[in-house]
Design a protein around this ligand. Structure first.
Ligand code: ADP
Length: 281
Protein backbone atom coordinates (compact mmCIF):
# COMPACT_ATOMS: atom_id res chain seq x y z
CA UNK A 1 0.00 0.00 0.00
CA UNK A 2 1.07 3.58 -0.48
CA UNK A 3 1.24 6.36 1.97
CA UNK A 4 1.19 10.05 1.21
CA UNK A 5 1.64 12.66 3.80
CA UNK A 6 -0.21 15.89 3.26
CA UNK A 7 1.43 19.30 3.55
CA UNK A 8 0.59 19.60 7.21
CA UNK A 9 -0.24 16.03 8.12
CA UNK A 10 -0.90 15.67 11.78
CA UNK A 11 -2.56 19.06 12.06
CA UNK A 12 -5.97 18.75 13.62
CA UNK A 13 -8.87 19.12 11.26
CA UNK A 14 -11.17 22.01 11.95
CA UNK A 15 -14.71 21.79 13.24
CA UNK A 16 -17.48 21.40 10.66
CA UNK A 17 -17.55 24.35 8.33
CA UNK A 18 -14.11 25.55 9.38
CA UNK A 19 -11.93 23.16 7.43
CA UNK A 20 -8.75 24.96 6.43
CA UNK A 21 -8.24 24.61 2.69
CA UNK A 22 -4.60 24.87 1.75
CA UNK A 23 -3.86 25.23 -1.93
CA UNK A 24 -0.70 25.68 -3.94
CA UNK A 25 2.03 23.36 -5.10
CA UNK A 26 1.54 20.80 -2.29
CA UNK A 27 -2.04 20.08 -3.33
CA UNK A 28 -2.13 17.69 -6.31
CA UNK A 29 -3.90 19.25 -9.28
CA UNK A 30 -7.48 18.15 -9.69
CA UNK A 31 -10.00 19.69 -12.12
CA UNK A 32 -13.41 19.31 -10.52
CA UNK A 33 -16.31 17.94 -12.57
CA UNK A 34 -19.18 19.30 -10.47
CA UNK A 35 -19.74 19.56 -6.72
CA UNK A 36 -17.62 16.56 -5.72
CA UNK A 37 -15.09 18.55 -3.66
CA UNK A 38 -17.86 20.05 -1.51
CA UNK A 39 -19.48 16.64 -1.10
CA UNK A 40 -16.17 15.13 0.03
CA UNK A 41 -15.70 17.92 2.59
CA UNK A 42 -19.20 17.43 3.95
CA UNK A 43 -18.59 13.69 4.30
CA UNK A 44 -15.31 14.41 6.09
CA UNK A 45 -16.83 16.84 8.58
CA UNK A 46 -19.88 14.63 9.13
CA UNK A 47 -17.65 11.55 9.55
CA UNK A 48 -19.38 9.68 6.76
CA UNK A 49 -17.58 7.12 4.59
CA UNK A 50 -17.60 7.68 0.84
CA UNK A 51 -17.93 5.30 -2.11
CA UNK A 52 -16.69 6.70 -5.43
CA UNK A 53 -17.92 4.96 -8.59
CA UNK A 54 -16.48 5.63 -11.99
CA UNK A 55 -14.63 4.12 -14.94
CA UNK A 56 -10.89 3.45 -14.80
CA UNK A 57 -8.75 6.52 -15.42
CA UNK A 58 -11.45 9.11 -14.83
CA UNK A 59 -9.66 10.78 -11.91
CA UNK A 60 -10.90 8.98 -8.78
CA UNK A 61 -7.47 8.48 -7.25
CA UNK A 62 -6.33 12.00 -8.10
CA UNK A 63 -9.52 13.37 -6.56
CA UNK A 64 -8.84 11.57 -3.26
CA UNK A 65 -5.18 12.70 -3.26
CA UNK A 66 -6.31 16.27 -3.88
CA UNK A 67 -8.90 16.20 -1.11
CA UNK A 68 -6.53 14.60 1.43
CA UNK A 69 -4.04 17.40 0.79
CA UNK A 70 -6.75 20.07 1.01
CA UNK A 71 -7.95 18.64 4.29
CA UNK A 72 -4.35 18.26 5.49
CA UNK A 73 -4.76 14.59 6.32
CA UNK A 74 -2.29 11.79 5.58
CA UNK A 75 -3.55 9.46 2.86
CA UNK A 76 -3.07 5.69 2.94
CA UNK A 77 -3.99 3.92 -0.30
CA UNK A 78 -4.58 0.20 -0.70
CA UNK A 79 -5.07 -1.32 -4.16
CA UNK A 80 -7.44 -4.20 -3.59
CA UNK A 81 -6.99 -7.63 -5.18
CA UNK A 82 -8.66 -11.00 -4.77
CA UNK A 83 -6.00 -12.26 -2.38
CA UNK A 84 -6.40 -9.35 0.03
CA UNK A 85 -7.31 -10.72 3.45
CA UNK A 86 -8.73 -9.02 6.50
CA UNK A 87 -5.32 -9.51 8.17
CA UNK A 88 -3.66 -7.62 5.31
CA UNK A 89 -5.84 -4.65 6.26
CA UNK A 90 -5.96 -4.96 10.03
CA UNK A 91 -2.53 -6.40 10.86
CA UNK A 92 -0.90 -9.60 12.05
CA UNK A 93 1.56 -11.06 14.50
CA UNK A 94 5.03 -11.34 13.05
CA UNK A 95 7.55 -13.81 14.35
CA UNK A 96 11.13 -12.71 14.79
CA UNK A 97 13.99 -13.36 17.22
CA UNK A 98 11.96 -15.86 19.17
CA UNK A 99 9.05 -13.63 20.01
CA UNK A 100 5.98 -12.36 18.22
CA UNK A 101 5.27 -8.71 17.60
CA UNK A 102 2.02 -7.23 16.43
CA UNK A 103 2.26 -5.18 13.20
CA UNK A 104 -0.59 -2.84 12.33
CA UNK A 105 -2.00 -3.15 8.82
CA UNK A 106 -2.89 -0.05 6.79
CA UNK A 107 -6.47 0.12 8.08
CA UNK A 108 -5.37 0.07 11.71
CA UNK A 109 -2.63 2.63 11.07
CA UNK A 110 -5.10 4.93 9.33
CA UNK A 111 -7.49 4.70 12.28
CA UNK A 112 -4.74 5.38 14.82
CA UNK A 113 -3.34 8.32 12.83
CA UNK A 114 -6.65 9.85 11.82
CA UNK A 115 -5.71 9.42 8.18
CA UNK A 116 -7.85 9.04 5.08
CA UNK A 117 -7.86 5.39 4.03
CA UNK A 118 -8.52 4.86 0.33
CA UNK A 119 -9.37 1.35 -0.87
CA UNK A 120 -9.03 1.40 -4.63
CA UNK A 121 -11.05 -1.14 -6.67
CA UNK A 122 -12.68 -2.49 -3.56
CA UNK A 123 -14.83 -5.06 -5.43
CA UNK A 124 -11.64 -6.96 -6.21
CA UNK A 125 -11.30 -7.82 -2.52
CA UNK A 126 -13.11 -10.84 -1.16
CA UNK A 127 -16.45 -10.03 0.43
CA UNK A 128 -15.40 -11.41 3.81
CA UNK A 129 -12.49 -8.98 3.73
CA UNK A 130 -14.67 -5.91 3.30
CA UNK A 131 -16.74 -6.97 6.30
CA UNK A 132 -13.94 -5.70 8.58
CA UNK A 133 -14.90 -2.22 7.40
CA UNK A 134 -18.44 -2.44 8.74
CA UNK A 135 -17.96 -1.27 12.35
CA UNK A 136 -15.86 1.64 11.04
CA UNK A 137 -18.31 2.57 8.32
CA UNK A 138 -21.38 3.04 10.48
CA UNK A 139 -21.96 5.27 13.46
CA UNK A 140 -19.96 3.02 15.79
CA UNK A 141 -16.73 4.13 14.11
CA UNK A 142 -14.65 1.54 15.91
CA UNK A 143 -12.12 -1.05 14.80
CA UNK A 144 -12.18 -4.26 16.83
CA UNK A 145 -8.93 -6.20 16.49
CA UNK A 146 -9.82 -9.77 17.34
CA UNK A 147 -6.26 -11.06 17.53
CA UNK A 148 -5.16 -8.55 20.19
CA UNK A 149 -8.50 -7.88 21.83
CA UNK A 150 -8.12 -4.17 21.15
CA UNK A 151 -11.04 -1.92 20.27
CA UNK A 152 -9.88 1.33 18.67
CA UNK A 153 -12.25 4.26 18.39
CA UNK A 154 -11.65 6.21 15.20
CA UNK A 155 -10.76 9.87 15.74
CA UNK A 156 -12.99 12.36 13.92
CA UNK A 157 -10.28 12.98 11.29
CA UNK A 158 -10.34 9.35 10.15
CA UNK A 159 -12.21 8.86 6.87
CA UNK A 160 -12.87 5.75 4.85
CA UNK A 161 -13.05 6.13 1.06
CA UNK A 162 -13.57 3.22 -1.33
CA UNK A 163 -13.84 3.19 -5.10
CA UNK A 164 -14.84 0.84 -7.83
CA UNK A 165 -15.48 0.76 -11.52
CA UNK A 166 -19.06 -0.34 -12.14
CA UNK A 167 -18.23 -1.58 -15.66
CA UNK A 168 -19.92 -4.74 -16.85
CA UNK A 169 -17.10 -7.00 -15.71
CA UNK A 170 -17.90 -6.00 -12.15
CA UNK A 171 -21.66 -6.46 -12.29
CA UNK A 172 -21.47 -9.95 -10.87
CA UNK A 173 -18.94 -9.13 -8.22
CA UNK A 174 -20.63 -6.02 -6.86
CA UNK A 175 -20.45 -5.10 -3.23
CA UNK A 176 -22.33 -6.81 -0.44
CA UNK A 177 -25.52 -4.72 0.08
CA UNK A 178 -24.66 -4.53 3.77
CA UNK A 179 -21.29 -2.96 2.88
CA UNK A 180 -22.69 -0.69 0.22
CA UNK A 181 -25.46 0.73 2.38
CA UNK A 182 -22.98 2.09 4.87
CA UNK A 183 -21.42 4.48 2.34
CA UNK A 184 -22.49 7.77 0.84
CA UNK A 185 -21.96 7.47 -2.89
CA UNK A 186 -20.53 9.70 -5.59
CA UNK A 187 -20.48 8.93 -9.31
CA UNK A 188 -17.66 10.33 -11.42
CA UNK A 189 -17.40 9.97 -15.17
CA UNK A 190 -14.98 11.20 -17.79
CA UNK A 191 -14.84 15.00 -17.50
CA UNK A 192 -16.75 17.35 -19.80
CA UNK A 193 -14.74 18.26 -22.93
CA UNK A 194 -13.65 21.70 -21.67
CA UNK A 195 -12.44 20.22 -18.36
CA UNK A 196 -10.72 17.33 -20.08
CA UNK A 197 -8.91 19.71 -22.45
CA UNK A 198 -7.68 21.72 -19.47
CA UNK A 199 -6.41 18.50 -17.83
CA UNK A 200 -4.50 17.53 -20.98
CA UNK A 201 -2.89 20.97 -21.20
CA UNK A 202 -1.84 20.86 -17.59
CA UNK A 203 -1.02 17.17 -17.03
CA UNK A 204 0.07 16.23 -20.54
CA UNK A 205 1.65 19.57 -21.49
CA UNK A 206 -0.58 19.58 -24.60
CA UNK A 207 -1.08 22.70 -26.69
CA UNK A 208 -4.74 23.81 -26.86
CA UNK A 209 -4.93 22.37 -30.42
CA UNK A 210 -3.55 18.95 -29.46
CA UNK A 211 -5.76 18.86 -26.36
CA UNK A 212 -8.82 19.62 -28.50
CA UNK A 213 -7.96 16.89 -31.02
CA UNK A 214 -7.36 14.29 -28.31
CA UNK A 215 -10.64 15.10 -26.59
CA UNK A 216 -12.45 14.88 -29.94
CA UNK A 217 -10.86 11.47 -30.46
CA UNK A 218 -11.93 10.34 -27.00
CA UNK A 219 -15.50 11.45 -27.65
CA UNK A 220 -15.59 9.46 -30.90
CA UNK A 221 -14.07 6.37 -29.28
CA UNK A 222 -16.38 6.55 -26.27
CA UNK A 223 -19.40 6.62 -28.59
CA UNK A 224 -18.09 3.81 -30.75
CA UNK A 225 -16.78 1.43 -28.18
CA UNK A 226 -19.35 1.57 -25.44
CA UNK A 227 -20.48 -1.98 -26.16
CA UNK A 228 -17.42 -3.50 -27.78
CA UNK A 229 -14.69 -2.98 -25.22
CA UNK A 230 -14.32 -3.54 -21.53
CA UNK A 231 -12.73 -0.13 -21.18
CA UNK A 232 -12.71 2.88 -23.42
CA UNK A 233 -10.41 5.87 -23.93
CA UNK A 234 -9.89 7.25 -20.42
CA UNK A 235 -8.54 10.60 -19.36
CA UNK A 236 -5.44 8.72 -18.17
CA UNK A 237 -4.77 7.33 -21.65
CA UNK A 238 -5.27 10.77 -23.19
CA UNK A 239 -2.75 12.26 -20.77
CA UNK A 240 -0.27 9.58 -21.84
CA UNK A 241 -0.87 10.35 -25.52
CA UNK A 242 -0.44 14.07 -24.86
CA UNK A 243 2.86 13.42 -23.10
CA UNK A 244 4.18 11.41 -26.02
CA UNK A 245 3.25 14.28 -28.35
CA UNK A 246 4.90 16.82 -26.02
CA UNK A 247 7.99 14.63 -26.18
CA UNK A 248 8.03 14.80 -29.99
CA UNK A 249 6.09 11.75 -31.22
CA UNK A 250 3.66 12.46 -34.10
CA UNK A 251 0.05 12.67 -32.91
CA UNK A 252 -1.25 9.57 -34.69
CA UNK A 253 1.59 7.42 -33.45
CA UNK A 254 1.05 8.70 -29.94
CA UNK A 255 -2.65 7.84 -30.17
CA UNK A 256 -1.90 4.41 -31.47
CA UNK A 257 0.57 3.64 -28.68
CA UNK A 258 -1.22 5.25 -25.78
CA UNK A 259 -4.85 4.72 -26.73
CA UNK A 260 -5.53 2.14 -29.47
CA UNK A 261 -3.05 -0.57 -28.53
CA UNK A 262 -3.75 -0.01 -24.87
CA UNK A 263 -7.45 -0.77 -25.31
CA UNK A 264 -7.55 -4.08 -27.15
CA UNK A 265 -5.64 -7.11 -28.40
CA UNK A 266 -8.29 -8.12 -30.90
CA UNK A 267 -7.24 -7.57 -34.51
CA UNK A 268 -10.62 -6.38 -35.85
CA UNK A 269 -11.21 -4.11 -32.90
CA UNK A 270 -7.76 -2.58 -33.29
CA UNK A 271 -8.47 -1.91 -36.97
CA UNK A 272 -11.77 -0.23 -36.14
CA UNK A 273 -10.15 1.93 -33.46
CA UNK A 274 -7.37 2.85 -35.81
CA UNK A 275 -9.87 4.01 -38.41
CA UNK A 276 -11.37 6.36 -35.88
CA UNK A 277 -7.90 7.72 -35.10
CA UNK A 278 -7.25 8.36 -38.77
CA UNK A 279 -10.62 10.06 -39.22
CA UNK A 280 -10.30 12.34 -36.20
CA UNK A 281 -6.64 13.26 -35.64
P1 ADP B 1 -8.73 6.44 -11.57
O1 ADP B 1 -8.31 6.41 -10.13
O2 ADP B 1 -10.17 6.85 -11.75
O3 ADP B 1 -8.42 5.17 -12.30
P2 ADP B 1 -6.70 8.48 -11.78
O4 ADP B 1 -7.10 9.40 -10.70
O5 ADP B 1 -5.51 7.61 -11.54
O6 ADP B 1 -7.92 7.59 -12.30
O7 ADP B 1 -6.46 9.39 -13.08
C1 ADP B 1 -5.54 9.04 -14.07
C2 ADP B 1 -4.77 10.24 -14.53
O8 ADP B 1 -5.65 11.09 -15.29
C3 ADP B 1 -4.25 11.11 -13.40
O9 ADP B 1 -2.94 10.72 -13.05
C4 ADP B 1 -4.27 12.50 -13.99
O10 ADP B 1 -3.12 12.72 -14.77
C5 ADP B 1 -5.43 12.46 -14.97
N1 ADP B 1 -6.72 12.98 -14.48
C6 ADP B 1 -7.92 12.38 -14.65
N2 ADP B 1 -8.91 13.15 -14.19
C7 ADP B 1 -8.34 14.28 -13.69
C8 ADP B 1 -8.85 15.48 -13.10
N3 ADP B 1 -10.16 15.65 -12.92
N4 ADP B 1 -7.96 16.43 -12.75
C9 ADP B 1 -6.64 16.24 -12.95
N5 ADP B 1 -6.11 15.15 -13.51
C10 ADP B 1 -6.92 14.17 -13.89
Amino acid sequence: YAEHTGPSAGAPAGAPGTVAIPSGPCVPYYAAQAGECALFEHCFTQQLPLLIKGPTGCGKTRFVEHMAARLARPLITVSCHDDLSAADLVGRHLIGHGNTVWADGPLTRAVREGAILYLDEVVEARKDTTVVLHPLADDRRVLPIERTGELIAAPREFMLVISYNPGYQNLLKGLKPSTRQRFTALTLDYPEPAVERAILEREGRATPEIAARLVQLAQALRRLTDHDLEETASTRLLVMAARLVASGLPLREACRAAVVDALSDDHDTLRALDEVVRAVV
